[in-house]
Design a protein around this ligand. Structure first.
Ligand code: PHE
Length: 330
């Protein structure tokens, strides 16, 4: 029996200890064979024989259990060591994505007008002549249509050239009062340093009872908005023309982006045009069958804002997917 105590104590792994257990305590094991010898032991010695054997069995069991705990603990330690993660080790670099500067700028603009209780409308990108032109007081053959080179589909449908058709859709589906903005992609056949065939606009429209909405209201909110976007800039309203507003204005901000000679952002006048706006033309209200109302509308190009905020010189670079440019906006 002595050798089995040594075997248990010298076992090197949980697996070899298991082999010992089967050989020793198994049905056909050593102990079972020893107990089988009982029948050949003379009667008067049987009691002592059984007592000794049971004592051995118990001791071997205790030995076995103790050794098993030791080996299992060691195995667990080994496994933990092998699977451990060294958090202080250098890892291969990974890079997180970021919002595109145009989307980030759009979010900021939407945030401002949302805080002023303007609802966000999206409209649709594929439009028809009525919503994109006709209802906006741009009848067929009107010379103002030349301002916007349009992508036409075969069947009178077109890619919207501005977000203004969302004004029409919103007025047709709801009753005044209305306070909405419409951010989204628009399309024009144009491509140079400051024009891409697809770009983004944000439209604004406010409609209330007749006499309630004035140019002063429009001026106030746009000035407040531009200071929110650009900080302490001067804002000026310059008379202009849009078929869907009367009177109309273009809005300039003072050039705070660079000073004096060699400034590539601002013109020699020191002013920068940033949006178009005006009082909604009565013909537009007539097209959507609104009566006894007044309103203002405005529209701006999101890329232009993003370029000014981030000092980007070439509009086209925003759409080239150049990782070197985009990584700067993480
Ligand atoms: N739709 C005009 C444009 O694309 C912008 C505008 C919108 C002007 C609303 C006045 C009022 O240039």
């Amino acid at each position: 029996m002595k050798e089995w105590y040594d075997k248990i104590n010298n076992a090197e792994s949980v697996a070899s200890l298991e082999e010992i257990r089967i050989a020793l305590f198994g049905k056909k094991g050593i102990l079972a064979a020893e107990f089988a010898k009982m029948k050949d032991v003379p009667n008067e010695q049987k009691a002592q024989f059984a007592k000794d054997l049971n004592a051995h069995k118990q001791n071997l069991m205790n030995e076995f259990t103790a050794k098993k705990i030791v080996l299992e603990t060691e195995a667990l330690k080994e496994a933990m060591k092998a699977e451990a993660i060294d958090v202080s080790m250098f890892s291969t670099s990974s890079s997180a994505g970021a919002l595109h500067p145009v989307m980030e700028t759009m979010d900021r603009i939407v945030e401002y007008f949302s805080s002023m209780n303007f609802a966000v409308k999206t409209g649709q990108i594929v439009e028809d002549d009525f919503h994109n032109f006709e209802a906006l007081n741009l009848p067929k053959y009107h010379p103002a249509r030349d301002m916007q080179d349009t992508f036409y589909f075969k069947d009178e449908m077109l890619l919207r050239t501005h977000t203004s058709p969302v004004q029409i859709r919103t007025m047709l589906e709801s009753k005044p009062p209305i306070r909405m903005i419409a951010p989204g992609a628009v399309f024009r056949r144009d491509y140079d340093l400051t024009h891409t065939p697809m770009f983004h606009q944000i439209e604004g429209l406010l409609v209330d009872e007749e006499g309630k909405v004035s140019f002063a209201n429009l001026k106030f909110i746009l000035e407040d908005f531009l200071k929110y976007m650009f900080g302490d800039v001067d804002v000026r309203f310059r008379p202009s023309f849009f078929p869907f507003t009367e009177p109309s204005a273009e809005v300039d901000i003072s050039c705070v982006f660079c000073k004096g000679e060699g400034c590539r952002v601002c013109s020699h006048t020191g002013w920068l045009e940033v949006l178009g706006c005006g009082i909604v033309d009565p013909n537009v209200f007539e097209a959507v069958k609104y009566e006894n109302v007044s309103g203002y509308a405005f529209g701006l190009g999101v890329e232009r804002f993003a370029m000014l905020i981030h000092h980007i010189g070439d509009l086209r670079s925003l759409f080239e997917g150049d990782i070197k440019l985009l990584e700067q906006f993480q």
